[in-house]
Every structure is written in structure tokens, then in C-alpha cells.
Design a protein around this ligand. Structure first.
Ligand SMILES: [Zn+2]
Length: 214
């Protein structure tokens, strides 16, 4: 079986995995089979209800995703799952990973597991250094699945989009800190006017006091 991965799949996975380097994150792979080829076209994130709920099969989360796809009129469905191994490499599946993948394959026999370590990419900002692998369980063990890009010039597209995303994120941060500074200034002005008001009151009292004395 051939596996083809669309750029948006890796873009979403790299972006999500890069935001959380202190713990594993994951989600569903969306796609369909055509001409004996598994096309992975998108990812969906399960409703997060705990730290690592994705490693277990959550029938409710899967049903919610299936419903969402149906509402969007998509003919694709859940064809596997992905999760991150931040800092410890993508070249293995843990025994929990293997058990989870077994269940995915029992639900959909062509299901795959994508494992990604975002750290080499995050520390180098070179998308080609991204460490990720796609696996299937065979018997009691697992093996790597060959995959290919769904389009040419794949890495360039991913690199460009990631740059755009990180640039946008930086701009949001800048805008956020400017807004906060503005709020500080406004707050300061408010305090200043309160102070002025108090000073006025004080001087009024002072002048009345003077009148009283004379
Ligand atoms: Zn794992």
C-alpha cells in the first residue's frame, strides 16, 4: 500500500507539535483510499479533555470528528492518528503506541500511525530536519511505512507556510504587548486625574481653612 501525505497535514502537525515541547500531543489523520493508495489529506484535533487522551481510543472524540466531516460534506474519514515524541525521536513506537495502533487497524485495516519529534525542527528552524515516521503494526511488532509527497516541492511549501505562521504569531505578540502598554498609559492617566482631583480638593480645604483662621 502506498501512502501519500498532503502538505497541510505536516504543516498542521509541525505547528501543533512545536507549540508543546513539554508533553506529547496528537490527533487524528483524515484521508481516504483510492487506487490502493492511502491519501492523508488533513488532521483533526480531538477535544482536549486531559493531557494525553489521544493515546487512548476515545469513541466519543472519534464520533465527533466523523460527524464534523459528514457535516462538511467530506468523503474522507479517520485513517489513523499522529502524536509527538518531543525530544526523544520518532524512530520507535512504544508498547502503548503499538496497542493503540492495533485498535486503529481493527477499526480500519489500512490505518497508519504518524510519529513526530518537533525538537530538531524547532531548534534548527530547518523543516528538512523534522523527524517523523509513519508506522503500521504487523503481528506483534511494527514496521515503517513508505510514504511520498502528494505534491512536488513539498518542503518549500511547508517551510514557507510555517514562516508565515510564525511571522503572524510574532505580530500578534507585538500587537498584544502594544495593547497592554496602551492600557498601562490609560491606567496611569486615570490615576493622574484622581490625584489631580485629590490635590484640588486638598487645596480647596486649605483655602477654606485659611479663611476660617483670618
Ligand atoms: Zn509514542
Amino acid at each position: 500500500m502506498k501512502v501519500k501525505v498532503s502538505p497541510i497535514v505536516l504543516i498542521k502537525i509541525i505547528d501543533a507539535a512545536s507549540q508543546k515541547l513539554d508533553r506529547e500531543v496528537g490527533g487524528f489523520l483524515i484521508g481516504k483510499i483510492s487506487d490502493n493508495c492511502l491519501n492523508i489529506v488533513d488532521v483533526e484535533f480531538p477535544e482536549s479533555k486531559g493531557s494525553e487522551s489521544y493515546v487512548e481510543i476515545d469513541p466519543l472524540a472519534m464520533a465527533a470528528v466523523a460527524e464534523k466531516l459528514e457535516k462538511k460534506g467530506m468523503r474522507e474519514s479517520i485513517v489513523g492518528w499522529w502524536h509527538s515524541h518531543p525530544g526523544f525521536g520518532a524512530n520507535f513506537m512504544s508498547s502503548i503506541d503499538v496497542n493503540t495502533q492495533k485498535i486503529y487497524q481493527s477499526l480500519f485495516d489500512k490505518a497508519v500511525a504518524l510519529v513526530v519529534d518537533p525538537v530538531p525542527y524547532v531548534s534548527s528552524e530547518d523543516v528538512k530536519k523534522l523527524d517523523f515516521k509513519i508506522y503500521r503494526v504487523v503481528g506483534e511488532s511494527y514496521e515503517e511505512v513508505d510514504w511520498s509527497f502528494a505534491v512536488d516541492d513539498y518542503w518549500k511549501i511547508i517551510g514557507d507556510v510555517l514562516k508565515i505562521i510564525s511571522e503572524a504569531r510574532k505580530q500578534v505578540l507585538v500587537a498584544d504587548s502594544s495593547a497592554r502598554k496602551l492600557l498601562d498609559v490609560l491606567e496611569l492617566r486615570k490615576e493622574l486625574s484622581v490625584l489631580k482631583e485629590s490635590a484640588r480638593n486638598l487645596s480647596e480645604i486649605g483655602s477654606r481653612f485659611e479663611k476660617f483662621q483670618t
